[in-house]
Design a protein around this ligand. Structure first.
Ligand SMILES: CC(C)(COP(=O)(O)OP(=O)(O)OC[C@H]1O[C@@H](n2cnc3c(N)ncnc32)[C@H](O)[C@@H]1OP(=O)(O)O)[C@@H](O)C(=O)NCCC(=O)NCCS
Length: 205
């Protein structure tokens, strides 16, 4: 299964309702999505749930087609309660699951083809001790989490796993060979997140 994820720190100063650009919603959300942002009390969380759904679906779409660009309005989100969403992009459909706390949301996306309906990728979210970290710390720490996750799935010591990038997409290698686990990294504000799944040996994946 191919996975994409996105974590959003809901208390990050840059994504507060008064801090975002006045036309942010118009630029990134479709009219149908914006209709879900009319209630002041729920708008902030809903906005970032929908954003996380778009970004996590983009990360899957980009792995399926390296030519895909992140044009947020083209990833249309239909929320299904608080835990799920369906995302469409061109001819592709994605299934997104959410988890979260008072001050964060995490979205995990997979391609929706009907057969994956009962399977879920694994995931973890870590709060950075002591508050927001540097980009360097976040990148290093989220890779350490990914090496542990991939290592536990394949029973390999994390130190033997290298996280590299191919066309910007992170991949796991052991002795320069690609390991059969797909994963996705995200970090924002005080949070780091990894989602992962064994890669299927199917030509369509
Ligand atoms: C993927 C992207 C949307 C994530 O942005 P973000 O919210 O700032 O960051 P996140 O923390 O959620 O994700 C970053 C991680 O995703 C991974 N990532 C980056 N590009 C990725 C891609 N194309 N596909 C999958 N994963 C990707 C990286 O591991 C990155 O972590 P790192 O910086 O430690 O290496 C952004 O980096 C990106 O590539 N945007 C696409 C640009 C584009 O299409 N522009 C066209 C507009 S006209």
């Amino acid at each position: 299964m191919i996975v994409g994820n996105d974590v959003v720190d809901l208390r990050h100063p840059e994504n507060q309702p008064r801090a975002i650009h006045p036309r942010f919603d118009e630029r990134v959300f479709t009219p149908a999505e914006r209709a879900g942002l009319t209630h002041e009390v729920t708008a902030h969380r809903t906005r970032w749930l929908m954003w996380a759904a778009k970004e996590s679906a983009f990360k899957v779409a980009r792995k399926l087609d390296p030519g895909v660009r992140f044009l947020p309005r083209r990833f249309s989100v239909q929320l299904e309660g608080k835990k799920w969403a369906a995302v469409r992009h061109a001819a592709e459909r994605f299934r997104v699951s959410f988890c979260g706390g008072d001050d964060w949301v995490h979205a995990t996306a997979t391609r929706f083809d009907g057969s994956d309906a009962t399977r879920e990728p694994s995931g973890m979210v870590e709060r950075v001790p002591g508050g927001e970290s540097s980009a360097e710390y976040a990148s290093a720490r989220v890779r350490a989490l990914a090496r542990s996750a991939v290592g536990s799935v394949l029973s390999i010591a994390p130190r033997e796993i290298e996280i590299a990038k191919v066309a910007n997409v992170p991949v796991a290698l052991r002795r320069k060979l690609l390991l059969p686990v797909d994963f996705s990294l995200s970090h924002h504000g005080r949070f780091l997140a990894v989602a992962w799944s064994l890669r299927e040996q199917r030509s369509s994946q």
